[in-house]
Design a protein around this ligand. Structure first.
Ligand SMILES: *[C@@H]1O[C@H](CO)[C@@H](O)[C@H](O)[C@H]1NC(C)=O
Ligand SMILES: *[C@@H]1O[C@H](CO)[C@@H](O)[C@H](O)[C@H]1NC(C)=O
Ligand SMILES: *[C@@H]1O[C@H](CO)[C@@H](O)[C@H](O)[C@H]1NC(C)=O
Ligand SMILES: *[C@@H]1O[C@H](CO)[C@@H](O)[C@H](O)[C@H]1NC(C)=O
Ligand SMILES: *[C@@H]1O[C@H](CO)[C@@H](O)[C@H](O)[C@H]1NC(C)=O
Length: 381
């Protein structure tokens, strides 16, 4: 056992120091995604008619698409790199959603912990997992009745061969800070992750084998958080981000990483890829000009001007009467200059940068090179 581990680690080390020889050849027939607004492709808009109005979507879709961004999200770039179409939300009820190559259960505002009356989204992680279970059961029934439905529904084998992607937990930490200290928030993490683990196990029992887990980003670098918790400069780090929120995110991520290891140990048949989104986003915010951006912590679409261009009273796209004068939170003239879109979410340009970094394989554990360039030889080690 120890020898095999050493071999894999050495291999990973050698491979990660080499440039990628060929583009990664993902062979997943479908993607099933779970999470919050970071990967919501229209679920909250469909599910509770949450208004995701203009200027959302302006850069890529030319109209609001249910995504909280001016354009594509990380999940869009990822499925695109897997030669799969953008994911339709499970909750889509009009139009002609095609679920053949996957389905998106993520909704903005979702938490790992069960929703309560104050939650934005009732579709917490456990509900999303239950939705997948129901989705699968319905698909199998429908396919048994009418095989022509294969054009719009995933085949049975796709549920095993597909990739299950996750990006959730940010809202649990975020919400907790409104009533708790950093220590108290950190103390909640084990119970959050235990609930997350329960969901992963349910999916495994349903046949899921390929898990792709994003850790949580630098919460303390969001304009809304800096505006609310960063008034005192001693609370900020050298990049202007709130230290306590980022500490909690790091604590969450380190325990999430441990959970991934544990899960692999418990379920040897599972492939678990852990993706270090925090490092990619934090590096982007720290070194933004190096990557062609002009603003790291200011919202593109907001109100109030630099340094944050964020006002909690007025959301991106909204027009309101403030002190007797009508003001609108409008988008910046060039969204590619901004990392942040609306105070809470990233611009398409930033999402594209993050995705390109994910696909280098440098931020995944195990490195993508080990999993995909050597293919089945390594998988069978
Ligand atoms: C994942 O796991 C399956 C089953 O254990 C294995 O056949 C496959 O090669 C693994 N790797 C990938 C990248 O799917
Ligand atoms: C910023 O870039 C420098 C130089 O590449 C690197 O050493 C540093 O780690 C980066 N900062 C962060 C926070 O990643
Ligand atoms: C409105 O008034 C408050 C309190 O007087 C002030 O702090 C704020 O800057 C004003 N806002 C605008 C948009 O003028
Ligand atoms: C937008 O900003 C980017 C980065 O600074 C720049 O390369 C591009 O030319 C700008 N586009 C427009 C239309 O000004
Ligand atoms: C991965 O990281 C190493 C070390 O920082 C770097 O030299 C290499 O260029 C990176 N690979 C890619 C594909 O970006």
């Amino acid at each position: 056992m120890a020898t095999i581990l050493l071999t894999l680690q050495t291999l990973a080390l050698i491979l990660s120091s080499l440039p990628l020889i060929s583009p990664i050849d993902f062979k997943y027939p479908a993607v099933f995604n779970f999470g919050d607004s970071n990967s919501d492709t229209g679920g909250l808009a469909a599910g509770i008619a949450f208004p995701v109005g203009q200027p959302n979507g302006q850069t890529y879709f030319q109209k609001p698409s249910g995504r909280f961004s001016d354009g594509r999200l990380i999940i869009d770039f990822l499925v695109d790199s897997m030669k799969l179409p953008f994911l339709n939300p499970y909750l889509d009820s009009v139009g002609a959603p095609n679920f053949q190559k996957g389905c998106n259960f993520a909704t903005g505002g979702s938490t790992i912990t069960q929703a309560n009356a104050a939650s934005i989204s009732p579709f917490s992680f456990g509900v999303q997992v239950s939705e997948l279970v129901r989705f699968k059961a319905c698909v199998l029934q429908l396919l048994a009745k009418d095989s022509r439905l294969r054009r719009v529904l995933p085949s049975e084998s796709y549920f095993r061969q597909g990739l299950y992607t996750f990006d959730v937990g940010q809202n649990d930490l975020d919400g907790a800070f409104y009533s708790k200290s950093e220590d108290q928030v950190v103390a909640l993490i084990p119970s959050l992750l235990s609930e997350f683990e329960t969901g992963l196990k349910r999916l495994y029992n349903e046949g899921a084998r390929n898990f792709w887990i994003h850790n949580t980003g630098p919460l303390g670098c969001l304009p809304r958080i800096i505006d609310r918790f960063g008034k005192d400069p001693s609370k900020l780090d050298q990049f202007g981000c709130v230290t306590s929120q980022n500490n909690a995110a790091n604590a969450f991520n380190s325990q999430l990483h441990d959970l991934c290891q544990k899960f692999r140990g418990q379920f040897p048949e599972a492939n678990v890829t852990f993706v270090d989104i925090f490092s990619i986003k934090y590096n982007l915010i720290a070194n933004y000009s190096q990557f062609g951006f002009k603003q790291s912590i200011a919202a593109c679409c907001g109100y109030g001007g630099l340094p944050l261009n964020f006002d909690s009273r007025i959301a991106c796209g909204e027009t309101k009467n403030l002190n007797g004068s009508s003001v609108t939170a409008t988008p910046c003239s060039n969204t590619t200059e901004y990392v942040n879109w609306d105070g809470n979410h990233y611009t398409e340009a930033a999402n594209q940068y993050v995705s390109s970094q994910i696909l280098t394989g440098n931020f995944t554990d195990p490195p993508l090179s080990v999993q995909f360039l050597l293919g089945s030889e390594v998988a069978s080690l």
